[in-house]
Ligand binder design. Structure first.
Ligand code: NAD
Length: 433
């Protein structure tokens, strides 16, 4: 039986994804480096990825035939600490996408002063075409193929699109078989985003959405917006989108439109999140839920206070940014806005909370999970949430203050916060030899 996982394909509004994601990173980086006057040698180092690993590996399918898969792990930079970043299972995973996502991880860790470097990986695969048993074998064989390129003090994967706690548990179990028995208990922090019983942290599941909501609260305070009366729309109803929606609704906001890979819904009076979640669990997507079905263009033109892209990249482009009827774009997804989309949003006076700040709650709580594993501790949810809030709100304040200081936009300011920190560390440590 094939897997019922909702496949995050770019069927809806996905044409923009074809734009090379790494070119977007380069454009954002170049702009920030110029505005802040980043030292040229350090700019060259940071514009380059350290390691790019591509593995081809065989897996036996349920019907007995063998199929070859391609997996990636890109390690961008590790001056601040071990490489850290998610694994994505998607048919459009390719080297430039993984490079871009790995680079953003370096900036996210630096903005939040977390001792991690940036990495990302994935398998070029459509997970809906495989049974659960096949996905387990693919995951285990990929882990084996990566070998010592991952490790609890070297490179630590986590969930991303179409991967979850179960997949992390398979990676953990496979990795531990490669470690001598007397060292296994010291290595469970080789992945984060694990199920709680297998060493995961309370609050990791919702962490990215929770971080989005903490940054939204900061924005709302700044702008005098009452979130309890606010309306919002979400693109992507997976981990990030659904948690953000749940937490915002708990604050009294209403979700007026939602889109996932199966379709789009609209309801001016608000969509009931818990009923929609049950529907998605049963059917694999939002399609067929009791709200008006609309097309992608109608979704994009929904009047709302806040738009939360939480699906794939390159969704807000030079063309589509003109459709939005919102005050704020809070980037739950990585890279949802192209540089051309940024320019249109700026012209139209639409605010942005940039991805490397907005969705960094995931890596922050991954860091907390890693620390708990290393110390054999388990923190309660209040402790995790309050530490997350403190970290991400401090980062938000730094970015806002930097935007003011350099008279620049929030994305460029977020880059400047990250790059200044990395520049300082490079200057202190120097370049070996
Ligand atoms: P997920 O697989 O749990 O959910 C993805 C959702 O997006 C699904 O609802 C899917 O149907 C929808 N989708 C995919 N393509 C779409 C399209 N073209 N149009 C509309 N909907 C589409 O993934 P996730 O973990 O929630 O990740 C979503 C985004 O958030 C990604 O950009 C990811 O890199 C980023 N992110 C995730 C985390 C995390 O902790 N999971 C952390 C930081 C950033």
């Amino acid at each position: 039986m094939k897997n019922s996982t909702t496949l995050s394909q770019s069927r809806i509004g996905g044409n923009g994804r074809k734009q090379n994601l790494y070119k977007n990173v380069e454009a954002q980086f170049k702009k920030a480096a110029e505005v802040m006057g980043l030292e040229k040698d350090i700019a060259e180092i940071l514009a380059t990825t350290n390691n790019e690993i591509i593995v081809h590996f065989p897996v036996k399918m349920d019907d007995g035939h063998v199929k070859i898969f391609t997996g990636y792990r890109v390690q961008h930079n590790n001056i601040l600490g071990p490489y850290k970043g998610g694994l994505r299972y998607h048919p459009e995973v390719e080297i430039d996408e993984v490079r871009a996502l790995a680079t953003w991880m370096t900036w996210k860790a630096a903005i939040n002063r977390i001792p991690y470097g940036g990495a990302k990986g994935g398998i070029h695969i459509d997970p809906s075409e495989y049974s659960t048993a096949e996905l387990e074998r693919i995951t285990r064989r990929f882990t084996f193929a990566l070998g010592n390129n991952i490790g609890p003090e070297y490179d630590i994967p986590a969930p991303d699109v179409n991967t979850n706690g179960q997949i992390m548990a398979w990676i953990l179990d496979t990795y531990l078989t490669t470690v001598p028995p007397n060292e296994r208990h010291r290595c469970i922090h080789v992945v984060t985003g694990k199920p709680i019983e297998s060493g995961g942290s309370l609050g990791r599941d919702k962490a990215t959405g929770q971080g989005v909501v903490f940054t939204l609260e900061k924005w709302a305070d700044d702008k005098g917006v009452d979130l309890s009366g606010a309306s919002f729309m979400v693109q992507g109803f997976g981990n990030v989108g659904s948690w953000t929606a749940r937490l915002l609704c708990a604050k009294g906001a209403k979700m007026v439109a939602v889109e996932d890979v199966t379709g789009c819904l609209y309801a001016g009076e608000g969509i009931d999140i818990e009923s929609l979640l049950s529907h998605v669990r049963e059917t694999g997507g939002v399609k067929g839920f009791s709200a008006a079905a609309v097309d992608h263009e109608m979704f994009m033109t929904t009047p709302a206070d806040i738009f939360i892209p939480a699906a794939m990249e390159n969704q807000i482009t030079g063309e589509t940014a003109g459709l939005l009827q919102v005050r704020l774009v809070a980037e739950g997804a990585n890279g949802p806005t192209t540089p051309e989309g940024d320019a249109v949003l700026a012209d139209r006076g639409i605010d942005i909370i940039p991805d490397i700040l907005c969705n960094s709650g995931g890596v922050i709580v991954s860091y907390f999970e890693w620390l708990q594993n290393k110390r054999s501790e388990s923190w309660d949810l209040e402790e995790v949430d309050s530490k997350l809030k403190k970290k991400i709100c401090t980062a938000y304040d730094n970015v806002k203050q930097t935007a003011r200081q350099y008279e620049t936009d929030m994305r460029t300011a977020a880059y400047i916060v990250a790059l200044s920190y990395l520049e300082t560390v490079y200057k202190e440590r120097g370049i070996y030899p």
